[in-house]
Design a protein around this ligand. Structure first.
Ligand code: PLP
Length: 401
């Protein structure tokens, strides 16, 4: 008899972590590898944020806090939603957890019943698939196309909604494609939701890449755009990507009071709350100077403009220029079926990623994000590393027969 629960069987080993681990092993073994697997800013956390944490420690802010976060942090989050998203949110409509990941996990845990469907445009952040699976939900991916900029078309959304739909997940700008919806495109999706005969589903909008948006495209989130959907929408965000604070583990969400209460009830038995010190740091990040937010976005844009044309020019690759986040998601369809110098046939994106790792560049296969035939490359790394990676990928592609 198995000693493990069913949910363990349903969850994959994170394909991103698996590739990151293979990369670490290769590097430990003395190989020179440019690592483009990681999804975190390479800038330091701002000094004023670190100082706020030091102050919190010396002032003994080292005890349990309310489960859904300190009042001071939730007030800062409410100010953020008002300032940046024109959303008025009460303190009991806010949840704070160990990263956006925990908040999303709890939202699905609080609401999914076996067989409930979660509609997500593909490609999608790999963790959604596993979080849905843990809770015995059924992922309903909605395919998008490179030619449409990886954006979900309203008619595709309409077809995907069924009486079993419990959640629709939106993520703009997207990990892994970088695709971002304009206000008009988002309004079309909101219109489908409002007109749909299906009413018993929630909308989760994962806005974690809100501030990494290029070319003057203004950010919009669905609760702001369609106030009538507010009572069904969980707006998720966090400090990880905007303030280079991945390790501090603070994410948050605003949503209907009853949903937030259900999520908080679960969190009470999971980890109570995220660290009191991290909460003080997150408050300083949200309330303090926003220079890093703007300067890092500009740095990421320069890196996108450095790497994207180099990849797009490699025969066999098609790499559009995304509007946000810090990933490229090229198609490698033109490399499939080709043979490496040692005779391996590149059957799929996983084989292509393995070939690139042999050639000194580590990337994540698109299969991990529900879209085979692509690769995800993170450009949250130095310009020198990106130029080197592009020339290694070109050499790897040119070495194929
Ligand atoms: N949502 C998306 C789309 C992400 O890419 C990530 C991290 O990679 C997260 C959520 C999780 O962020 P956090 O560090 O706040 O848990």
């Amino acid at each position: 008899m198995s000693m493990y629960s069913d949910c363990i069987r349903r969850v994959r080993i994170s394909p991103i972590q698996a590739m990151a681990e293979r990369t670490r092993q290769a590097i430990r073994g003395g190989r020179d590898v440019v690592d483009l697997t990681l999804g975190e800013p390479d800038f330091p956390t701002p000094e004023h944020v670190c100082q706020a944490a030091v102050r919190a420690i010396s002032e003994q802010q080292t005890k349990y806090t309310p489960i859904n976060g300190t009042v001071e942090l939730r007030e800062a989050i409410a100010r953020k939603f008002r300032r940046e998203n024109a959303l008025d949110v009460a303190l009991d409509e806010i949840s704070v957890g160990c990263g956006a990941k925990q908040v999303i996990f709890q939202a699905l845990m609080a609401t999914l019943r076996p067989g409930d469907e979660v509609v997500i445009p593909a490609p999608y952040w790999a963790s959604y698939e596993d979080i849905v699976a843990v809770h015995d939900g059924v992922l309903k991916p909605v395919s998008t196309r490179l030619e449409d900029g990886f954006l979900m078309r309203p008619e595709a959304l309409e077809r995907a909604l069924t009486p079993r739909t419990r959640w629709l997940v939106l993520n703009s700008p997207s990990n892994p494609s970088g695709a971002a919806y304009t206000a008009a495109q988002l309004a079309e999706l909101a219109d489908v939701i409002q007109r749909s005969a299906q009413r018993d589903f929630w909308i989760l909008t994962d806005d974690i890449y809100e501030h990494i948006l290029y070319d003057g495209l203004p950010f919009t989130t669905i609760a702001q755009l369609a106030p009538s959907l507010r009572e069904r929408t969980l707006t998720v965000n966090g400090v990880s990507k905007a303030y280079a604070m991945t390790g501090w583990r603070v994410g948050y969400a605003a949503g209907p009071k009853a949903l937030i209460a259900a999520m908080t009830k679960l969190q009470m038995q999971i980890n109570s709350h995220t660290s009191s010190v991290s909460q003080a740091a997150a408050r300083a990040a949200l309330d303090g100077p926003q220079e890093l937010v703007h300067s890092s976005c500009e740095r990421f844009r320069q890196r996108r403009d450095l790497l994207q044309p180099r990849l797009d020019a490699i025969p066999g690759l098609r790499c559009p220029s995304p509007q946000g986040a810090f990933y490229l998601f090229p198609s490698v369809a033109g490399l499939l079926g080709r043979r490496t110098p040692d005779g391996t046939v590149l059957d799929d994106d996983i084989a292509v990623a393995n070939h690139l790792l042999d050639r000194g560049v580590s990337v994540v296969p698109g299969t991990a994000f529900g879209m085979p035939g692509h690769l995800r490359l993170s450009y949250a790394t130095s310009e020198a590393a990106l130029v080197e990676a592009a020339s290694r990928i070109r050499a790897a592609a040119e070495a194929l027969q």
